[in-house]
Ligand binder design. Structure first.
Ligand SMILES: O=C(O)CCC(=O)C(=O)O
Length: 278
């Protein structure tokens, strides 16, 4: 693993596709060594969740649907992934930013038989930030397709500035403070869009799907009998992203010591990548 080098994984097609569709896949974003390292960290985390850890499964016939967030704050293994893996650089190249700031890390694991879907939503209304260069790098740690809960995206949905209410995940009221909301609910996405408006991908371990914070996305449950669906997410900020706390956003582990409207940064939101020469 070692030191990060400027990698050649991102080309102009990735940048153009991300801009046009609001999502793009970078194949083999992480090496097999990183995938093994992440899987090991995740195994341990599932036994020892942080205080942000949650069990989302709520249906009687479901299996485990586990999530956790902000792991890097307390765990050296997740800190290492955030700071030393190529993920930050890949995000910076795809977004076209001068630098990348770590917002937070997250995992979501749907074990075979975890039937709960991930409801359609977009991320920005959940988050205490405002800006254009905000994205998620979603890393597959298993072979993942629609059958075992692969994500679906609405092509180009990031282009509208309009924001919609956050949606509960797994019916679990603990995952947020959505007591007030400023936005109307997201329309019925499945009914509103045509088949060719949706993008889905077959991901292999180490592949990264990068989506813009306004892109609509959701996922079915894991209907596979044997294939786990482990996803690791790094949520990152490019240039000109500011702190924008508001009612109705998701619960967070830490807040920046900043006034509303100040550029995001500080010890809990560190820079993880800078463009060479920037
Ligand atoms: O992994 C999932 O099912 C949902 C992930 C998600 O919503 C996200 O990465 O923003």
């Amino acid at each position: 693993m070692g030191m990060r080098v400027e990698n050649g994984l991102v080309n102009q097609r990735h940048i153009d596709d991300y801009r046009e569709n609001g999502v793009v896949v970078v194949k083999n974003a992480l090496s097999g060594e990183w995938v093994d390292f992440l899987r090991g960290a995740l195994d341990d985390l599932m036994e020892n969740p942080t205080k942000m850890g949650l069990e989302y499964a709520h249906k009687e016939d479901s299996t485990r649907f586990f999530g956790d967030q902000y792991m890097w704050l307390t765990r050296p293994d997740f800190r290492r992934i955030a700071f030393e893996s190529p993920i930050g650089e890949i995000a910076g190249q795809v977004m076209g930013s001068e630098s990348v700031t770590l917002f937070f890390d997250q995992v979501l694991v749907k074990e075979p038989g975890a039937v709960e879907p991930t409801p359609w939503h977009h991320d920005l209304p959940y988050w205490m930030v405002r800006g254009e260069q905000i994205c998620t790098v979603w890393i597959a740690l298993d072979p993942i397709g629609l059958e075992n809960g692969g994500m679906k995206y609405v092509k180009g949905s990031h282009k509208s500035e309009k924001l919609y209410s956050p949606t509960f995940f797994g019916d679990n009221a603990n995952d947020s403070t959505f007591d007030e909301t400023r936005y109307e609910p997201l329309p019925d996405v499945d009914a509103t869009y045509a088949d060719d408006d949706f993008l889905t991908f077959q991901l292999e371990p180490g592949d990264a799907a990068i989506h813009h914070a306004r892109t609509f996305h959701g996922a079915p449950g894991n209907k596979s009998a044997a294939t786990r669906r482990r996803g690791y997410m790094l949520r990152v900020l490019g240039d000109n992203v500011v702190y924008a706390p508001a009612p109705g956003q998701a619960k967070v582990a830490v807040r920046p010591d900043l006034p509303d409207g100040a550029p995001m940064g500080g010890e809990y939101f560190p820079e993880i990548w800078q463009r060479a020469g920037a």
